[in-house]
Ligand binder design. Structure first.
Ligand code: ZN
Length: 232
């Protein structure tokens, strides 16, 4: 009996501290309120614009971002966060607005795949983790020339020095899932272990309770989208 108790205690401990990280399954699914979670910190207005005003990131992510942004500034590059942490309920609102607006798709899978070009299903977004952010502009073309090109070249050259990586690169390397997003950057000292924890913990039956959630397994969201990244 004693060994059974020890076994279950060890099991619960290992599930609650995934790979030494302070996250559990609900965290990875975005089921928390970052405004009331001491692992998160509110962003200073000087680094944000638009809907990212008053938003939150993990403390570690934000500290690294501030170091990176200050170094970029010295090189004449201004990095601005335009989206940061979005929890499950925030992502559900985005997803269901797009789901309801689409009256043309022939099937639920088609409808989901159209939204999935650039937006995640609730429970499967890296924006849940407090490790990922969108910078400066939500159009790839913006980063083709002028100020945008300067920003993107700087991030590609120096982002890794601060722990940042672009997960959604051009799909020339066989990567699956979302289209290229030159604006989306991830703090890998946290997001790489979080991705491993996600793959070890979350199944498609956990991705539920929103319009069209039964398409998650059909599309194999975890293998094709959550794991369809260049930063691992
Ligand atoms: Zn993003």
């Amino acid at each position: 009996m004693k060994s059974v108790i020890v076994f279950f205690a060890a099991f619960i401990f290992s599930v609650s501290l995934l790979h030494g990280q302070d996250v559990d399954k609900n965290y990875l699914l975005g089921k928390f309120n970052q405004n009331q979670d001491e692992r998160f910190v509110q962003l200073d207005d000087q680094y944000t614009r638009g809907s990212a005003r008053g938003a939150y990131l993990r403390k570690e992510t934000y500290e690294a971002f501030v170091k990176m942004a200050e170094a970029a500034k010295v090189d004449g590059v201004t990095l601005v966060i335009i989206s940061a942490t979005r929890n499950y309920l925030q992502q559900k609102a985005i997803w269901e607005r797009k789901w309801t607006a689409d009256t043309e798709s022939k099937s639920d899978v088609d409808r989901a795949k159209k939204i999935l070009l650039y937006s995640s299903m609730p429970g499967s977004s890296r924006h849940h983790w407090g490790t990922d952010m969108d910078l400066n502009n939500l159009n790839n073309e913006y980063f083709d020339s002028g100020e945008g090109l300067k920003i993107y070249e700087w991030l590609k050259a120096h982002g890794h020095e601060y722990g940042f990586c672009q997960p959604y690169t051009a799909k020339t390397d066989g990567r699956t899932g979302y289209e290229e997003e030159r604006w989306h950057w991830s703090y890998t000292p946290l997001s790489i272990p979080f991705l491993e924890a996600y793959k070890n913990t979350v199944t498609h039956s956990d991705i539920k309770d929103f319009l069209g959630s039964d398409t998650a397994a059909k599309i194999d969201i975890i293998a094709n989208y959550v794991d369809g990244v260049s930063c691992k």
